[in-house]
Design a protein. Structure first.
Length: 266
């Protein structure tokens, strides 16, 4: 596995040395591995957003990829460090719900609590497990150390239901989980659920004080400056503004509601 792919997903940003330190640890142990950044711009301490972005991206990587994920507001505390092994991938990070959405899509074979300190750096900081614990474990894993060597198996690990959309009073209620760099507001309503709910009926989409009455096929169908709803490359309902920024224009944030209502046809 020396030529393994290791991805990194964090909320560290790129201003500081944190990401580079993690990469340095990994490359010092396995200089032949390939490091890929998924993103380091997860909103600080936003486990829900991190879980969502991981779920959108992990499956595009080759089988056997090691996904190193650190959104860790509880670093140094009671939360466990874990290695989650699925049919196709490995996930290394804190046990705080970060892998919940992955576990809904992948068959989980085992979860290992990371306790074998010989696979950590010799000095373990209580504020930077990304560098001192998770990065070296990912590196050792890429060198062929079996998952069972890192600690003990557990069936008790954190699985969080991150605000699944609900149908109530003939309305489909969702929320925005992510805002991309273009200001597009990406919700947790996927295309399959939307189609099941609407059953081909026309709809209104309520976002803040704005009501949208038409679902577009792509950005090009919107007029410049016009808010539109569409299913983008993520497969989830998003609100966008052609040649604009929906996040800033509509003053909407992560966690804000999006409401889809069917229009009755007489």
């Amino acid at each position: 596995m020396r030529n393994s792919v290791i991805t990194l997903l964090t909320d560290f940003g790129t201003k500081d040395h944190y990401v580079a330190s993690m990469k340095g640890v990994i490359l010092s142990m396995n200089p032949r591995c390939t490091l890929i950044d998924i993103t380091h711009q997860v909103s600080p301490q936003n486990i829900k957003e991190g879980a969502f972005l991981l779920a959108l991206s992990y499956s595009y990587f080759p089988k056997g990829t090691i996904h190193l994920c650190v959104i860790d507001p509880g670093v140094g505390g009671a939360r466990k460090p874990i290695l989650l092994v699925t049919q196709n991938y490995f996930f290394v990070g804190p046990d705080n719900g970060l892998f919940s959405l992955v576990a809904q899509r992948e068959k989980v074979k085992q979860v290992i609590v990371l306790t074998q300190s010989k696979y950590f750096l010799s000095k373990l900081s209580q504020t930077f497990h990304g560098r001192d614990l998770f990065a070296p474990v990912a590196a050792h894993l890429s060198l062929g150390i079996p998952p069972s060597a890192f600690g003990y198996p557990t069936h008790s690990w954190v699985k969080v239901l991150f605000g699944k959309p609900v149908i109530r009073d003939q309305k489909l209620l969702g929320e925005f989980l992510h805002i991309d760099s273009f200001g597009n507001l990406i919700s947790n309503i996927d295309e399959r659920l939307f189609s099941t709910f609407t059953k081909g009926h026309p709809v209104t989409i309520q976002v803040g004080k704005k009501k949208l009455h038409t679902l577009r096929k792509g950005y090009w169908e919107g007029k410049p400056g016009e808010p539109i709803g569409l299913f983008g490359s993520t497969g989830f309902l998003e609100i966008s503004i052609r040649e604009g920024n929906a996040h800033k224009t509509l003053n909407l944030r992560r966690g804000d509601p999006i409401i889809v209502s069917r229009i009755s046809q007489s």
